[in-house]
Design a protein around this ligand. Structure first.
Ligand code: AKB
Length: 316
C-alpha cells in the first residue's frame, strides 16, 4: 500500500467527485482525504472533512492530522459563475492557490496539483490546434485567474523548487457527477435531457466547437501527470491536453444514434461570448512527448459509454 497521503480540496465538484474515486482506487481509501465546503455528491469510501479552500489554518490542521504529503486543489469558480462575481472569483481562485503553494514552499507538502483550463486562451489565440506556447490573452476573469495561477506555479517551481503540476482541462464530460458553472456544461446537460425528455435547448449556438474530454481520460491524465518522474514534467505552467472537439450539432448527431427523435433547440446566452473566445481544438503534443499522454475515448466511444451508464442511472 502507498505511503502517500493525499488531500483533495474541492472534492464535491465535477472533477473532485471522480478524482477522489480514482485516487482511492489507486492508493487506498484511507490514503485519500476528500474536503469541500459542500456535501459530497456521492457516498464516501474514505475520510471527508469540511474545509474552506481559503482557510489556511483549517487546511494546515488537516495536513497535520492526516500526515498529508500531496494536495490536489480543485476548488474554484468556473467561467460562467465567475463572470457573475469577478472579485470573489479572483479571491477564491488565487487565495486558495497561494495557500497550497506556500504550504509546499514551507516543506509541508511534497507535491501539489492545480488545474488550469483552456480558458487561459482568448480571442487572439490561434483557434485550431492551439499550441502549448502561444498568445494567451484571456477575456474572462476565470481565464485571467488561471493564467496568473499558471505563472505563479512556474514561479514557485523555479524559485522555491515546489513540485507543482497542472493540466489545462478542456470541457469535461462525465455521468457520475454534475458540472457546476462552466461554459462547457451543456455537453453534460444534453445527455440528461435527451434521455429524460428527448429534447434539449442549448445555451451555445449550433456551430460552437470546443475542445472536450471524457472524464475517465481526464482522471487518468491527472494521476499519470502526478505520478510521472519529476524530470519528465517539463512544463511548469500547465499542460495542454486534448480529447476531441465537437459543437452542439455534432454531439446531437451522435446522440441520435441512441435517441433518434432527439430535438435540439438553441437559446444562446452570455456563455456564447465565452465559448467564442476559446480555441476549437488543442495541440497536446508536449503532454504526449513528456509523460506519455494519450486519450482512450473519441467522441463516439464517449457518447456510447455516457448513454449506457446514464440509462442505467436514470432508469431511462
Ligand atoms: C468551464 O467551462 O468553465 C470549464 C473549463 C473549460 O475550464 N469546464
Amino acid at each position: 500500500m502507498s505511503s502517500k497521503r493525499i488531500l483533495v480540496i474541492g472534492s464535491s465538484g465535477q472533477i473532485g467527485t471522480e478524482l477522489v474515486e480514482g485516487l482511492r482506487a489507486r492508493f487506498g481509501n484511507e490514503h485519500v482525504v476528500a474536503s469541500d465546503i459542500k456535501e459530497p455528491q456521492v457516498e464516501q469510501s474514505g475520510p471527508f472533512v469540511m474545509v474552506d479552500a481559503m482557510d489556511r489554518r483549517g487546511i494546515e490542521r488537516i495536513i497535520d492530522k492526516y500526515a498529508i504529503t500531496e494536495v490536489y486543489l480543485l476548488a474554484a469558480l468556473l467561467s460562467a459563475t465567475a463572470e457573475k462575481d469577478p472579485a470573489f472569483a479572483w479571491k477564491l481562485n488565487m487565495e486558495s492557490l497561494f495557500i497550497v503553494l506556500e504550504l509546499a514552499r514551507e516543506g509541508k507538502l511534497k507535491k501539489v496539483y492545480w488545474p488550469s483550463s483552456i480558458a487561459v486562451f482568448g480571442p487572439s489565440t490561434p483557434k485550431d490546434h492551439t499550441p502549448q506556447h502561444t498568445i494567451a490573452e484571456p477575456s474572462t476573469v476565470y481565464g485571467i485567474s488561471k493564467q496568473a495561477g499558471e505563472q505563479w506555479c512556474a514561479y514557485y517551481h523555479k524559485r522555491y523548487g515546489v513540485d507543482v503540476r497542472s493540466i489545462r482541462y478542456p470541457g469535461l464530460i462525465g455521468w457520475k457527477s454534475a458540472p457546476g458553472g462552466g461554459t462547457t456544461d451543456y455537453a453534460v446537460h444534453i445527455f440528461h435531457e435527451a434521455l429524460k425528455h428527448g429534447r434539449y435547448t442549448s445555451f451555445l449556438g449550433p456551430q460552437s466547437t470546443l475542445p472536450m474530454m471524457y472524464m475517465p481520460d481526464a482522471i487518468r491524465a491527472t494521476i499519470d501527470l502526478m505520478e510521472a518522474p519529476a524530470g519528465q514534467v517539463k512544463e511548469r505552467t500547465s499542460y495542454n491536453l486534448a480529447g476531441f472537439s465537437f459543437n452542439p450539432e455534432e454531439i446531437a448527431a451522435e446522440l441520435r444514434r441512441h435517441v433518434p427523435a432527439l430535438v435540439l433547440d438553441y437559446a444562446p446566452d452570455q456563455r456564447q461570448a465565452i465559448a467564442d473566445s476559446w480555441p476549437r481544438s488543442i495541440d497536446d503534443s508536449a503532454a504526449r512527448t513528456d509523460w506519455g499522454w494519450k486519450p482512450d475515448y473519441d467522441l463516439a466511444a464517449m457518447v456510447d459509454d455516457m448513454v449506457l451508464n446514464l440509462r442505467r442511472e436514470l432508469g431511462a
